[in-house]
Design a protein around this ligand. Structure first.
Ligand code: ATP
Ligand code: MG
Length: 259
């Protein structure tokens, strides 16, 4: 991946924040100088360079960029699912590099939801059993009712016993969204959450995401190619050539991000 020659809009290595202030008290996520380099055969590929980002509670952040720009890689790092080659990530005040895999999973349990680009539903479990999974890590009464409630909220109240292979791509995506929200998380990461949905269902899912953001103060970090979704976020970031920069989607509504 080559570096862009235009560095005027780059905001790295300074930390991107909503307020321009670093280390605000209600910071839920603080990424400092994150780098990701992978080795593929004999080639070393530098996907992300020195990315710094602060996210405060209740924010909604859209990350846009072309296919292959590294958006899913970045989301995985920010959620602590993947480990950076360099840099530091602090989530809820805990430095993730000081935690092992179990420690990171423990920190996320019940507090973080993740909607994967490829859903990652377990194929042998029904829709409702998939949604129940995160609750089983933190047993609570009325779990089945909670899982069913969330499937109803994403419009799948009639599909609870279907296996993933018996569901359409858009239905599987909505099961993945229900699974991400079932624990009432403080922080939700979603990788192209409307990518497989028709415009009407996509609009319903967007309404659901933002009503949760407003009602429960859930912090949202979304990867999307959808400018309608990006415009509703409090902040929009573009990932390009391994760097993040802030932009206003209104000004560029006609410039499609290529999928
Ligand atoms: N483990 C890996 N080994 C080698 N290359 C990788 C690895 N992980 C990611 N890449 C490469 O890094 C780049 C970024 O991948 P990523 O999936 O993050 O892109 P993306 O922006 O999410 O794309 P899309 O919009 O298509 O989902 C791609 O070129 C991909 O091939
Ligand atoms: Mg991706």
């Amino acid at each position: 991946m080559s570096d862009s020659s235009d560095s005027s809009s780059r905001v790295t290595p300074e930390t991107l924040t909503a307020s321009g202030q670093q280390g605000a008290e209600n910071t839920v996520l603080q990424a400092t100088s994150l780098c990701k380099t992978v080795t593929s055969g004999e080639r070393t590929l530098s996907i992300l360079h020195n990315l710094s980002l602060n996210v405060v509670a209740g924010e909604s952040v859209a990350i846009l960029g072309k296919s292959g720009a590294g958006k899913s890689t970045l989301l995985g790092l920010l959620a602590g699912l993947d480990i950076p080659s360099d840099g530091e990530l602090v989530m809820f005040g805990h430095a993730l590099d000081r935690l092992d895999e179990d420690g990171r999973a423990g920190l996320r349990a019940g507090r973080v939801g993740f909607v994967f680009q490829n859903f990652q539903l377990l194929p042998t479990l029904s829709a409702v059993e998939n949604v129940l999974l995160p609750l089983e890590l933190s047993p609570r009464s009325g779990e089945l009712k909670t899982a069913q409630y969330w499937l109803e909220r994403v419009g799948l109240g009639e599909r609870t016993s279907h296996l993933p292979k018996q569901l359409s791509g858009g239905e599987q995506q909505r099961v993945a969204i229900a699974r991400a929200f079932v624990t009432d998380p403080e922080l939700v990461f979603a990788d192209e959450p409307t990518g497989n949905l028709d415009p009407e269902t996509g609009a319903q899912v967007i309404d659901l995401l933002f009503s949760l953001n407003q009602e429960a103060g859930t912090t949202l970090i979304l990867v999307t190619h959808d400018h309608a979704l990006a415009r509703r976020c409090s902040r929009c970031l573009r990932l390009e050539n391994g760097y993040l920069s802030e932009f206003q989607p209104e000004a560029e509504a006609s410039s499609e991000e290529s999928a």
